[in-house]
Design a protein around this ligand. Structure first.
Ligand SMILES: [Zn+2]
Length: 216
């Protein structure tokens, strides 16, 4: 089974939900730059204050801030632990810089799974998304409901809607995704690392397809 994996796709494609389930069921070390950034924002660190200006506007956090965060976290992790990311890399610049840094350390990406999804579907889904304030696990009010409304199954933390999950911010994020992140599809296809999952399917189906792709 592959241990260093990137899930790629537009915000709201379900990749975050699949990532969280893979973490639970396969013991992946879920590497969520979004969650780390929100922690830094909550902590009010210099990095967090820098990042929050962009997050509030639904814009991408600059590459150098994200890369600093990722290098920090992976340098402290054990080399054989693997990782699963659903929000990084987001730009070609990040992808190239991460390849250059991670490959000589034996930490290079092994597989990329692309969750293919339309803007209409993303908008439909996004209003129902909720995440745990304590552990970062992602739910959906109808697609992936928690056992008890408003409470995380894992840690009983409070589930909240992110302030940047409004329709106008989502549309803006989708445009940014097309411009900044979509080029990564060809980048990883050329490296022969890309597999595709149809993200209009249910989370259960996407999950089982992802599992078999990881074991291929
Ligand atoms: Zn939780």
């Amino acid at each position: 089974m592959r241990r260093r994996v990137i899930l790629l796709g537009p915000p709201g494609s379900g990749k975050g939900t699949v990532a969280a389930q893979l973490k639970n069921e396969c013991g992946f070390d879920h590497f969520s730059t979004g969650h780390w950034l929100r922690q830094e924002v909550a902590r009010g660190s210099a990095l967090g204050r820098q990042a929050s200006l962009f997050l509030e506007r639904g814009e991408l956090v600059p590459d150098e801030v994200v890369l600093a965060l990722v290098k920090d976290a992976l340098s402290n992790a054990q080399a054989d632990v693997g990782y699963l990311s659903d929000g990084f890399p987001r730009t070609l610049a990040q992808a190239r810089a991460f390849d250059a840094w991670s490959s000589p350390r034996g930490l290079g990406i092994e597989q990329v799974i692309y969750f293919e999804c339309s803007e209409a579907l993303v908008l439909n889904r996004i209003t129902g998304r909720r995440s745990c304030g304590s552990c970062g696990r992602v739910y959906h009010v109808t697609l992936v409901p928690p056992g008890q409304p408003g409470r995380c199954d894992d840690c009983a933390g409070e589930l909240t809607q992110r302030t940047d999950d409004t329709e106008s911010v989502v549309r803006k994020r989708f445009k940014i995704y097309l411009r900044e992140t979509e080029p990564l599809i060809d980048f990883y296809r050329q490296q022969a690392k890309l597999d595709v999952v149809n993200a209009s399917q249910s989370v259960d189906v996407m999950m089982s397809q992802t599992m078999s792709l990881l074991q291929r």
